[in-house]
Structures are given as C-alpha cells and as structure tokens.
Ligand binder design. Structure first.
Ligand code: PMP
Ligand code: GLU
Length: 416
C-alpha cells in the first residue's frame, strides 16, 4: 500500500482514484471522520431486503409503529386547506413555541417562556443546533456510553471533541458522579445526558441525576439533557426534567425534546430546544441562516399534538410496557444474554459477549448482526455503533407478532 502525502490525498478523496488527477469534488476534511447513522443504515438495508421479497423482521430503527393520531393529521390537512403553507418565523410559529412552553411547564413544573423555545426539524437537528451554537473547536463534551449513534458525530461536526465514558451493565449503564469528576479537564465544556436512554432504556433516578448535577455545577459545565423519551417511562416511575433538580441548573441546561416518539410523528420532523433566552436567540439566528423554519404544516400538526387529547400517549405507553415485559422476559432467559432493567423508551440493549467469545467465528457485534440478518432475516443494530461493543440493540416499537417471531429467530440463531 502506498504511503506518504500521495496516499493521504487518495484517502481523503483529494485525488480521483481512477485517473490520479485532482478530484474537484473531494470532500472536506470534516467529512473524513463522519460515520453514517448506523440505525438509519440498518433500517435502509432491511427495507431493501423486504422490497426484494425477503421475509425481514426489522427491529433496528427506533420508531413507534402506531399511526400518527387522527386529530393531528386533521390539523395538518386543515393547515394545508387554509393556506398555512408559507415560510414561518425561523424559530417556529408563536402558537407552537407557546404550546411547547406550556406543555413543559405543566409536566416539569418549571416556568419557561415561548422565547426560550426554538422549533427545529426534529430533535436531531435541535442537537446539531445546540452543539454548533455552543462549542468552539477543541471543546470537550462528555458522553456516557452506550450513547445514541448521532451524538459523537454531531459533536465532531461542530468542532467539539467527544469524550466517551464507558459505563457497565452491572451499574445499569449509569454514569457515576466519580467517573464524571475523573474525566474533567480544563477543556471540558459540556455533559450530554439521555434519560430515558436510547439505546439502553435505562432511566436515572432523580437522586442519581442530582449527584451528576452537583459535579456539573461545580465544574461549571453546560448540560444537554436529551429528554425525547420523557413520557415513555414504565412501571409508574418518576421522570423528572434535569433543570428542575436543583436551583441554578436551568441557567446551564438545554432540554431537547420533540413529537417524534411521544406522538408517533417521526416523519413530520418536529423537535425543539428549551434554553435560556440568549442561547435560544443564537440558535434561532443559526437556524434562520441554515434551514429557515421547519415545515409549516408539521408545526401546525405539532400544536394539535401538544394541545389536543393526550390519551394517545397512555395507549402507546401501555403497549410499549407490555412489549417490554415480553422482550425483556424472553431475552433474559436466553443463555449467554444479559440486559439491564428497562425503565423507559423502547429498546432492549443486551450483552452477547459470551457468544462472541464462543469460538464460532463471529467476534464482533457488527458481524453478529450481519449474520443474524443473513441467516434469520432479523435486523438489529450492533452495540459498537453506540460505543458499546459486545452488545446489540433491539427496538421493541413493533407489533407483538413481529417481536415474537423476531425473538424466536434470535433464539434459534444463538443456539445454532
Ligand atoms: N435523541 C434520541 C435519544 C433519539 O433516540 C432520537 C431518535 N430519533 C433523536 C434524538 C432524534 O429524534 P428526531 O427523530 O426528532 O430527530
Ligand atoms: N432514534 C432512532 C434510533 O435510534 C431513530 C433513528 C435515528 O434517528 O437514529 O433508532
């Protein structure tokens, strides 16, 4: 293999590989380190196999299988009919910013104003906005692993440095305050938390979050609290919003939320940040240059979701909890499989390390998922994509029959 400057040019795509001439469309350096979203990539592969006639069970992507509630769809139809099809203010229509603020006030008990809310194209975009608005080159962001696939990539895109802190299944994959303290450097700028967690389903208790909050305050960190699964908690657990835990936290915390999971609206692309006003203004400015407003029609639908009847959430939650019981129960009985207590969201993140060490030629979670897809046509996502090799993630936001058939196939695969 060639080495030296020429090889580097090839590896960054600066030279055209076939003609050895400079490639005018060579990508920027920031693209070289960018991983594609493993969740979306696996979902696309499963969809392609299904389109080719294969009997695929896709438990890869985390997306509620329920229809978007009818009253939400009607609000979107009405928005189209009444001509609400034009640009809106970049940070979102006033009615939606007010509805997000009111919903948060009602549920979290913390007073926030509509001006603190910026509506974005999904929570993923909201996260991108936060990192872009807050991080300078080299700023370190502490991310407990396992983490959602897009966090580290979005931080890198914004010039930040992800500092990944592994956690252990034995500790329910929770970050301990001592581990957070030990990871602090003069460059640490931010702590990123996700509870209920994607990919583990683990929910921190208020006391555990308070202990992390104390470290964040002492070290003067910004905190990004990804609370997109905040209403999807099981067994009557208490779920508290991070800034409500201590006085003084609201000034340093950005809450990320959205309608994707709670109202089964993944395709509508509406998420938001709740942040102090000066930061919200900065995020609004950024968005005004980068994307303008999220879809006007989706925004009107999201107002209906937040202000209309909320019983759809309870119905979905009951289904997710039933499926959690089914999936966690069966997985826990499979030999060589371990998983944490799933308190929320809709994922089972399970340890398959004994199977990878069993000498059957499959030694990584990615290879294990490949083989599972090939031999049993079940799509899961490798733990390595979430910064936790030795595990795999299964979404249980799918119909019961699919889950049962998927578990049967996984069991057969593990036994084979
Ligand atoms: N945060 C977490 C933890 C998620 O699981 C997701 C999944 N989509 C997002 C953010 C992004 O949500 P959205 O679809 O609204 O962009
Ligand atoms: N958050 C979901 C998941 O983790 C949706 C896909 C994505 O945006 O990554 O599967």
């Amino acid at each position: 293999m060639a080495t030296g400057p020429r090889a580097r040019l090839h590896s960054t795509g600066i030279m055209n590989a076939t003609t050895a001439r400079p490639n005018p469309l060579h990508t920027a350096r920031r693209m070289a380190a960018l991983e594609p979203s493993a969740t979306l990539a696996m979902a696309a592969r499963a969809a392609a196999l299904a389109a080719a006639g294969k009997d695929v069970i896709d438990l890869s992507v985390g997306e509620p299988d329920f229809a978007t509630p009818a009253h939400v769809c009607r609000a979107a139809e009405e928005a189209i009919r009444s001509g609400k099809t034009k640009y809106t203010p970049a940070a979102g229509i006033p009615a939606l910013r007010a509805a997000v603020a009111a919903d948060y006030r009602r549920r979290a008990g913390l007073e926030v104003s509509p001006a603190q809310v910026v509506v974005s194209n999904g929570a993923k975009h909201a996260l991108h906005n936060v990192f872009t608005a807050l991080l300078d080159d080299g700023d370190e962001v502490i991310i407990p692993a396992p983490f959602w696939v897009s966090y580290a990539e979005l931080v890198k895109l914004a010039g930040g440095v992800p500092v990944i802190l592994p956690t252990r299944l034995e500790d329910d994959f929770k970050l301990a305050p001592e581990a957070l303290s030990a990871a602090l450097t003069p460059a640490t700028r931010m702590l990123l938390l996700c509870s209920p967690s994607n990919p583990t389903g683990v929910v921190y208790t208020p006391a555990e979050l308070r202990a992390l909050a104390d470290v964040a305050v002492a070290a003067d960190l910004a905190v990004v609290a990804d609370e997109i699964y905040d209403q999807l908690v099981f067994d009557g657990r208490e779920n508290v919003s991070f800034p409500t835990l201590r006085p003084g936290l609201a000034e340093r915390t950005v809450v990320v939320g959205g309608v994707s999971k709670t109202y089964s609206m993944t395709g509508w692309r509406i998420g938001w940040t709740i942040a102090p006003e000066p930061l919200s203004r900065a995020i609004g400015n950024l968005q005004s240059q980068q994307t303008s407003n999220p879809s006007s029609i989706s925004q009107h639908a999201a107002v209906a979701a937040l202000t209309g009847p909320q019983d759809c959430i309870g119905e979905m939650l009951a289904a997710f909890q039933r499926r959690r019981d089914l999936v966690a129960g069966r997985l826990a009985r499979m030999p060589g499989v371990r998983l944490p207590d799933i308190g929320g969201a809709f994922y089972a993140f399970f340890d398959i390390a004994p199977h990878l060490a069993a000498g059957r030629g499959i030694t990584t979670s990615a290879a294990w998922c490949e083989q599972l897809l090939e031999r049993e046509q079940v799509a899961l996502v490798a733990g390595s994509a979430f910064g936790a090799e030795g595990h795999v993630r299964m979404s249980f936001a799918a119909a019961d029959e699919k889950l049962i058939a998927g578990l049967d196939r996984i069991e057969r695969f593990l036994a084979g």
